[in-house]
Design a protein. Structure first.
Length: 245
């Protein structure tokens, strides 16, 4: 199987299987449904971890199952209705997909304009297969366009993979640390030197206001020393400047 996968990948004919592992996965998925390697390489796609079949291959898998079948009840440019059978007994409900359904689902593009019946058939078939034939494979079957791929409007084969999710991963940014240096609390000696340099009432009052803002940050012993220094300086200033109140 690995040799076959390498051969198929190296052939360059299959755009969505560029290496051996991808080719082998497609072949194995098709093998579960009873298809050979080439049919699997052209009609089986693995998109977002899900198996997607072209509408033609999905229709073939239903009819060759020996248990399920389908018949087209109605097919126009506006809607498609398909009736499914199990052991020749009709299953309900019929699967219908209309242009109104396509509009509600936000489906658009050239294929829906140029090949409306083919696109409606593919969606009606895919929905019915999910409802009535869940055991055809190990999980629900999708058509490539249901998973965001671009398909050939005539064959239903995938012609372009869905765009990759390029959303960058969310990076948690740690909170910024406070790098503001803490304000240094002046010492008693610094306040003493500052008061000693005062010669005017205005400057004295301003320094008193500054000291009052940080007064509670000093210890009881420091406040006692500061009070003694302030009282002495005030007395000195009163003696040298009669205008000081």
């Amino acid at each position: 199987m690995t040799d076959l996968g390498t051969l198929l990948a190296k052939s360059g004919y299959f755009q969505d299987a560029r290496d051996m592992a991808q080719a082998v996965v497609k072949v194995l998925a098709g093998q579960e449904l009873g298809f050979g390697p080439i049919a699997s390489m052209t009609g089986v796609n693995i998109i977002k971890g899900k198996v997607a079949l072209s509408a033609n291959l999905m229709a073939a898998s239903i009819k060759k199952s020996g248990r399920y079948n389908y018949r087209i009840v109605d097919l126009t440019d506006q809607a498609c209705t398909i009736r499914f059978f199990e052991n020749n007994e009709p299953l309900t409900p019929d699967s219908t997909f209309s242009m109104a359904d396509a509009k509600r689902a936000g489906l658009a593009g050239a294929n829906w304009t140029n090949f409306p019946r083919n696109m409606l058939f593919a969606r009606a078939l895919s929905n019915g297969a999910k409802w009535h034939c869940p055991d055809l494979s190990g999980g629900p079957l999708y058509t490539p366009d249901e998973l965001g791929a671009t398909v050939d409007g005539e064959t239903g084969d995938m012609v372009q993979e869905p765009p990759k999710d390029v959303t960058p991963p969310k990076v948690e940014t740690p909170p910024l640390k406070d790098v503001t240096p803490p304000a240094t609390l002046p010492t008693v000696d610094q306040w003493t030197a500052l008061y000693a340099a005062l010669t005017a009432v205005e400057a004295y009052n301003q320094v008193e206001g500054d000291l009052a803002k940080v007064w509670e940050k000093y210890s009881g012993e420091e406040r006692t020393a500061l009070k003694r220094m302030r009282d002495k300086r005030k007395t000195d200033l009163i003696g040298s400047q009669a205008s000081l109140v």
